[in-house]
Ligand binder design. Structure first.
Ligand code: F6P
Length: 363
């Protein structure tokens, strides 16, 4: 196998805690173990199309392991295969993938590590099909990538949401209110489920289990009969009523997944107040879940993923994504990993355990 001398790395999609820790691990191991040079593209795939990059050395990445965000910048809008540009003030979409590839060639890159979720990894897979030596690293707070037990960033987001629930508990109790916490999770309710169990929610609403408003009201009333005058509800942004629709906040046409959700919490609050007569307040946790320092679990996972991604490139294991399976980091074909989203199984033992301690899923 030819020795690799220069590799690239980029962070694509919505950011998440641990990106910097992966960039640091990639750079450190590539330089220290293999004597490679490392180039970081700016703002995800946009940097690849526009040839904007920085050289990553041991100084550039010093002290970033515990910092949230990404020193490279990220974007969940730019798809080189359907790239937005403007001509005479008009929006045009065009395939700029060959332009991106010519930049990789001009820079003499032997391989590219793409740190991203399903959108970025499907773009990465298309570059792999065009002959680029790609390895993916699974990133998303949503934890919805199949073929890996966990994506980095997820556990930090759960930590943030769980702490928010602890805080909502005390004020809910003081004012005898229903408190709704809207968390992220477009098509998968992992954050809602984990944070809801850990934060002692009474109702958890997730995309995988459509809810009925009557069932939620029943749960609140039951608690009142037992002299519990407050209730805590966690709702994933992608939760919807039985037979109902997603609450869409806006559309971003240039994005790989153009739908941006948000607002289900407010919709629910209005219904609950009307039907139960109990004061109901909403907190939308939003991007607080994506910001801030990664917890130790995610820092460690990020280091393992970053190092494994470099090893995969060195071994010629292209077109793969590094993945945690049980205790081990392995590689899986990217196309397997993006084939379907990993969703909460409504019959899983975690959902059953939640039900057993009285948590309602609104069904
Ligand atoms: O995919 C991660 C995610 O955090 C989703 O849960 C959420 O819907 C989306 O990103 C929000 O992205 P934006 O940065 O465009 O608001």
């Amino acid at each position: 196998m030819d020795k690799l001398s220069r590799i690239g790395v980029l962070t694509g999609g919505g950011d998440c805690p641990g990106l910097n820790a992966v960039i640091r691990a990639v750079t450190k191991s590539a330089i220290s173990k293999y004597g490679m040079e490392v180039v970081g593209f700016l703002d995800g795939f946009k940097g690849l199309v526009e040839n904007s990059y920085i050289h990553l050395d041991l100084k550039t990445i010093s002290g970033i392991g515990y910092r949230g965000g990404t020193i490279l910048g990220s974007s969940n809008r730019d798809d080189p295969f359907n790239f937005l540009s403007f001509k005479d003030g008009q929006e045009i979409f065009s395939d700029q993938s060959d332009r991106a590839i010519s930049h990789l060639n001009d820079l003499g890159l032997d391989g590219l590590i793409v740190i991203g979720g399903d959108g970025s990894l499907s773009i990465a897979d298309r570059f792999h099909e065009k002959g680029i030596n790609i390895v993916g690293v699974p990133k998303t707070i949503d934890n919805d990538l199949s073929a890996t037990d966990v994506t980095f960033g997820f556990n930090t987001a759960v930590d943030t949401a769980s702490e928010a629930l602890d805080r909502l508990h005390t004020t809910a109790e003081s004012h005898h209110r229903v408190m709704i916490l809207e968390v992220m999770g477009r098509y998968a309710g992992w954050i809602g489920l984990h944070a809801g169990i850990s934060g002692g929610a009474h109702v958890i609403l997730i995309p995988e289990i459509p809810y009925r408003i009557e069932s939620i009201i029943n749960k609140i009333r039951q608690r009142q009969w037992h002299d519990k005058k407050f209730s805590i509800i966690v709702v994933a942004e992608g939760a919807k009523p039985l037979g109902g629709e997603l609450v869409i906040q806006k559309l971003v046409p240039e994005s790989h997944d153009p739908i941006r959700l948000g607002g289900v919490g407010n919709q629910l609050a209005q219904q609950i107040e009307k039907l139960s007569n109990i004061e109901t307040r909403v907190t939308v946790l939003g991007h607080l879940q994506r910001g801030g320092s990664p917890i130790p679990y995610d820092r460690i996972l990020s280091v393992r993923y970053g190092v494994a991604a470099v090893e995969a490139l060195v071994n010629g294991d292209y077109g793969t994504m590094v993945s945690l399976q049980g205790q081990n980091i392995v590689t899986v074909p990217i196309h397997e990993a993006i084939k379907e989203q990993k969703k909460v199984n409504p019959k899983s033992d975690m959902v059953e355990a939640a039900r057993a301690i009285g948590i309602s899923f609104g069904d």
